[in-house]
Ligand binder design. Structure first.
Ligand SMILES: Nc1ncnc2c1ncn2[C@@H]1O[C@H](COP(=O)(O)OP(=O)(O)O)[C@@H](O)[C@H]1O
Ligand SMILES: [Mg+2]
Length: 354
């Protein structure tokens, strides 16, 4: 485990005038790079040969570093090179997946935007549940024993990536039959979760410790395959429905009924307050609560992502919500860079970078 003081002393040595915003070339890197530029920073993208062309094509990177393998970022020489550039790393979904929460906590000394302790809380299903429940959010019902399944449940496995490999079952027999047929190493590690029917909403928030405000920057609905394809044909497929899967393939922009905004904001605020109690100084920066809004207009939350999410890519030019908050096109990527800039101005960098 890397001690916070080690990172702090590296950050103390940084030249505030020459900060580089750096990230891994995938996920939301384009808006992070553009956001950094728009706020006046130098930027750097670390990517594999195969995706280098994307970043060249858009001409958004001041420096492009090619690696064979993302874990190379953790090598001493590589980290030193980043530190020489006064680099602040911006974590995103692929960043966390490629490096892993454990390696980030144990081996990464380069200052990173946001509190690292959050990674352990969002990646552990039990801790995540404890956090959201404490925040007063409603969660889908969970079943310990498959024999108790009395309605449609989603069977979730830890190794399943992007909802691939999840199964649905409406009763114990259906569960046994489908579970037996699975070829997953971790198939006994399942969670049985009530399948909530309603409208999914994925609000993108940003919490600034500098202003102590939770901002709603934008919102999306994920487009998932094959479930969204099945929906178009459900009347034709009736007797031969394929097993649904939930692999994210795209994102649709959405705005929510204005009368639901108070609850959306309240959920974000509660999650932040609770995070402070659970792992001080708590969650800072961008996050997203994955919810389903039921016909009773109640939000059921099934997951939290404590970093920038890919749905924000819709809003590189701002969203209806961010336009109310800012006079310039404010993506989440740009909001991160703005936070770093404000922190530098107020000499508070250690409140947003850890
Ligand atoms: N309890 C639930 N009720 C209804 N749909 C759900 C539920 N949990 C997950 N889903 C659907 O499955 C998708 C993937 O589930 P999620 O738990 O977010 O997995 P991942 O970790 O892959 O993001 C969601 O985006 C949503 O469409
Ligand atoms: Mg999810």
């Amino acid at each position: 485990m890397i001690h916070q003081s080690e990172i702090s002393s590296i950050l103390d040595g940084y030249d505030r005038e020459k900060i580089t915003i750096a990230t891994i070339g995938s996920h939301t890197a384009l808006q992070i790079l553009k956001g950094a530029r728009d706020e006046g920073f130098r930027n750097m993208v670390i990517c594999k040969k195969g995706s280098a062309n994307v970043y060249r094509q858009f001409g958004l990177a001041d420096e492009l570093v090619i690696v064979e393998n993302y874990k190379q970022v953790l090598e001493n020489a590589f980290q030193e090179r980043l530190i020489e550039r006064n680099a602040i790393l911006i974590p995103h979904g692929s960043f966390v997946e490629y490096l892993s929460p454990a390696l980030i906590e144990n081996e990464l000394v380069v200052p990173m935007f946001g509190n690292r302790k959050v990674l352990g809380w969002e990646s552990d299903r039990n801790k995540e549940r404890e956090w959201l429940l404490r925040a007063g959010l409603r969660l889908p019902r969970e079943y310990k024993d498959p024999a108790d399944i009395d309605r449609l449940v989603m069977v979730k496995f830890p190794g399943a990536k992007g909802g691939r490999g999840y199964i649905l079952a409406s009763n114990p027999e259906e569960f046994e039959q489908k579970h037996k047929a699975l070829e997953l190493i971790d198939k006994e590690m399942y969670t049985l979760q009530e399948y909530v029917i309603g409208t999914r909403f994925y609000p993108h928030y940003f919490y600034s410790p500098l202003t102590d405000k939770v901002e709603l920057l934008s919102m999306d609905i994920r487009y998932e395959s094959n479930i969204d394809g099945i929906a178009r044909l459900s009347h034709i497929l009736q007797d031969s429905l394929p097993e649904p899967s939930f692999v994210v393939t795209g994102n649709l922009p959405v705005v929510i009924r204005e009368s639901l905004l108070p609850r959306v904001l309240e959920m974000g605020q509660n999650v932040i307050e609770t995070s402070r109690e659970l792992f001080s100084p708590g969650l800072t920066g961008p996050f997203c609560i994955e919810t389903v809004c039921t016909e009773d207009l109640e939000f059921i939350a099934f997951e939290i992502s404590a970093r920038i999410v890919a749905g924000t890519n819709l809003f590189i030019n701002g969203s209806p919500y961010s336009q109310l908050l800012y006079d310039v096109p404010m993506s989440t990527g740009r909001r991160i860079a703005r936070e770093v800039k404000e922190a530098i101005k107020g000499d508070l960098l250690d409140e947003v970078v850890y």
